[in-house]
Design a protein around this ligand. Sequence first.
Ligand code: TXA
Ligand code: MG
Length: 322
Amino acid sequence: MLVMNNIIGKDIEKAAALLKEGRVVAIPTETVYGLAAHALNEKAVMRIFEVKNRPAVNPLIVHLADADLIPNYVSDIPDIAGKLIDTFCPGPLTIVLPKKAVVPGIVTANRDTVAVRIPAHPVTRQLLKMTGLPLAAPSANPSGFISPTRAEHVFSNMGDKIDYILDGGACNTGIESTIVGFEDGLPVIYRQGVITANDIRLVAGEVLQYAGDKMLAPGMSAAHYSPHTSMILTDNIDEEIEHNKNRQLGVITYNEYVASVSKGQQILLSENDDLQDAAKALYAAMHRMDARGYDVIIARRFPDAGIGLALNDRLQRAAAKS
Ligand code: TXA
Ligand code: MG
């Protein structure tokens, strides 16, 4: 591939230096790329909101090098939270806990809780250790758009607005972390990810599915994760294709091609019927389909269980009109 720019690179020291200076840098995590800034530097964090065009009411996740650092930023860790941290961190789990005063209000949208996560990506773990900083980082996409799972996705959507994109290759997990908060000591899932409700239940004994205030986790708003092209999510793909037969259409399908559309218009996510593979491939497929300029992208619904629930959740929001 041609070297298309000099803002994508693998220089961890350069990324660390920029972050210490209070600049924003895109970083790889195992889930999706994040747009990072020094979490205790309000001006740096403000720049994240500007670059993403993110509403100030939507709080950020604070990324840490190690679970031992969590008590520096949160005032209380319930027993069950401790168990979840021991089991799943580092990894694609975000925990929402009462914050300490050191965490600026801009990071948490003035809530009294803070979301923390220990990412598992080796490049970003090294970066976190090298800087010694807590890094506030939302996904590195313009607000409401599909999350990036490759450095090139970040470049094409905000390459002109940031100083550096630390390239850690394609993200392994491919969808955003599972977010868990606590109500009366019980875990509540605010956002589903590849760590499923059942995985949480096995550790915590019980788990509640979030059904409250819509503003609690704005990533939970109906329209989100959307490509520019309109999307349809369906159980009955043949019927949707028939309805849209006079339009240019792209098809995203889980584990088998659709017979009535040419293979060139389709992206198959997992030949082996593996939801983890499908999660890894989904956003890249949406980015590619979006770039092709179809009238509509039709996606086949995943099985409604386990990781399939998280994938259907993302596609549902991608298909919702804002
Ligand atoms: O996998 C991920 O979580 C990625 C990578 C970069 O770590 N990050 C990510 O960040 O998806 P973002 O900002 O796109 O989504 C974070 C979600 C938002 O919906 C936000 O509202 C919610 O976390 N959130 C953050 N702090 C919260 C808090 N204190 N209480 C409730 N929800 C919170
Ligand atoms: Mg996001």
